[in-house]
Design a protein around this ligand. Structure first.
Ligand code: FES
Ligand code: FES
Length: 227
């Protein structure tokens, strides 16, 4: 005669199954509610113009870049450089070392140069971000960019956006820097092609001063003649 294997009503096995089911159910509900609450909080804060408390899941937020608000999906570990290049289509800042050693990714945050590979995008929320695209365009270049071109201050050009951005920050705070001040301001921007003399001359000329460094390659001589 077949045995009935179901536990009798009120047995401990039935209580275990019920408790597990209950915990699973509230776990799913809590996770869903947390995600929905997180997105709602982020949206509410954004609509109120305040930085949102975001994480650990991705959430929509925005950055103020070159005078525009650009939306992106933020995860807590997303760097400012990743957000700009991979989501906002701002590719002037370059990823070279990804460890604050080369300056290729330099952007201005509240008008101060920052290695964007070392800053979390969420920490840049609500702050004024300027990239090389916001300094000048091909049709309307900044005098610094004109001088960089005139002095042939680039070879591969990979360091150039970071150099221009750091130099722009210098000139905005110190319109007539001397050579030592230019060298100090650009000390975090490495140029593997070695165009430093031409870069320094370009910054001097952009600030209304005479070039003083002997150029390394083509471009003007210190007397201003074409070499
Ligand atoms: S890529 Fe950021 S400092 Fe080199
Ligand atoms: S121009 Fe090539 S790294 Fe500077």
């Amino acid at each position: 005669m077949p045995q009935d294997s179901s536990p009798p009503p009120g047995s401990s096995r039935k209580r275990d199954v019920s408790r597990r089911l209950f915990l699973q159910t509230i776990g799913i509900s809590a996770a869903t509610a947390a995600a929905e609450g997180q997105a709602a909080n982020a949206d509410a804060a954004l609509n109120a113009g305040e930085p949102a408390i975001i994480g650990p899941k991705p959430a929509r937020t925005s950055l103020q870049v070159n005078g525009e608000n650009l939306d992106y999906i933020a995860e807590p570990a997303t760097t400012l450089l990743e957000a700009l290049r991979e989501q906002c289509n701002i590719t002037g800042p370059k990823e070279v070392c990804d460890r604050a050693a080369c300056g290729g990714c330099t952007v201005l945050v509240d008008d101060r140069p920052v290695a964007s590979c070392m800053m979390l995008a969420l920490d840049a929320t609500g702050r004024k971000i300027t990239t090389v695209e916001g300094i000048g365009t091909i049709d309307n270049p900044d005098p610094l960019q004109v001088a960089m071109a005139e002095f042939d201050a680039m070879q591969c050009g990979f360091c150039t956006p970071g150099v221009v951005t750091s130099a722009k920050a210098l000139l905005d705070h110190n319109p007539r820097p001397n050579l030592d001040e230019i060298r100090a301001a650009l000390s975090g921007n490495l140029c593997r092609c070695g165009t430093y003399p031409n870069i320094f001359n370009a910054v001097l000329v952009a600030s209304g001063q005479a070039p003083v460094v002997e150029p390394t390659d083509r471009g003007r001589s210190v007397s201003g003649e074409q070499a």
